[in-house]
Design a protein around this ligand. Structure first.
Ligand code: FPP
Length: 252
């Protein structure tokens, strides 16, 4: 059996379809999506998960109608205001991944404020991936390493998987053991392209606003019963010490 995952990442998908099927406009779906996010954050905290990453806004989401983008931004801002006390009382540290420089000033300020207030919390680390793109993150990382090579601070032979891991902005957390996507879509949509190498992927038919703490608990249960082989075979995992990508050591 696997221990409970330390890091769970979620692609929260299906708000728009959830609302449409109920005769509402898409924005209503996002409001209900934010409620679902709140429930999952609290559940993750209760379940003693170390890291939860929520894909909150992708770089591609700017292509949506302006009204929807503005609404998502104001929902984010309202959520940050409302949740600060809950984050504090649940001992949650708030972080972000993604390019914040394109966000409206007031949201950047709010994000900074929530990060500052929660920085000494020691429970769950909650990461919102905002204006995030896996390909963009990798491109920046490779550019930075190339510059170091050019300035002779780094030898090409020293570029390894582990160096890339450490050079990514997500280096403060282990890669996710579990990635969940709701709404019956089977793709990563430019999320955690590097980090997902060994993640267990769970695709759920439910739309995000319907996803709840029982669903999360059930997925964690299924995850703990999965055999994670990392290229080894079952007998090796049982008989010898094996170093896995997160440097977890499995003993028999
Ligand atoms: C996907 O639904 C969801 C998003 C675009 C972003 C996620 C945003 C939320 C859950 C609401 C805000 C949350 C927080 C934490 C502030 P979709 O619109 O792509 O749905 P569709 O595929 O049915 O159109």
């Amino acid at each position: 059996m696997n221990p409970r995952p330390k890091h769970i990442a979620i692609i929260m998908d299906g708000n728009g379809r959830w609302a449409k099927e109920r005769g509402h406009n898409r924005l209503w779906g996002h409001i209900r999506g934010a409620k679902a996010a709140r429930q999952i954050i609290e559940a993750s905290s209760r379940l003693k998960i170390r890291h939860l990453t929520l894909f909150t806004f992708s770089t591609e989401n700017w292509n949506r109608p302006k009204k929807e983008v503005n609404f998502l931004m104001s929902l984010l801002s309202r959520q940050l205001d409302r949740e600060l006390q809950t984050l504090m009382s649940n001992n949650v540290k708030f972080r972000t991944l993604g390019n914040l420089s394109q966000l409206p000033d007031n949201i950047r300020e709010k994000i900074k404020d929530v990060k500052e207030h929660t920085k000494n919390n020691t429970g769950l680390t909650l990461t919102f991936a905002i204006n995030y793109s896996g390909q963009q993150e990798l491109t920046h990382c490779f550019k930075m390493l190339a510059e170091k090579v050019l300035s002779k601070k780094l030898h090409p032979n020293d570029i390894s998987e582990s160096l890339i891991n450490q050079s990514l902005p997500s280096a403060y957390q282990d890669t996710p053991e579990l990635i969940i996507r709701t709404s019956g879509e089977y793709r990563l949509s430019n999320f955690f392209l590097w980090q997902a190498a060994y993640s267990e992927l769970f695709f759920v038919e439910k739309y995000w606003p319907d996803f709840n703490s029982e669903d999360l608990t059930e997925i964690i249960r299924q995850y703990t019963h999965k055999e994670r082989r990392f290229g080894f075979i079952t007998e090796q995992l049982k008989q010898q010490e094996v170093h896995t990508p997160n440097t977890v050591t499995l003993l028999n």
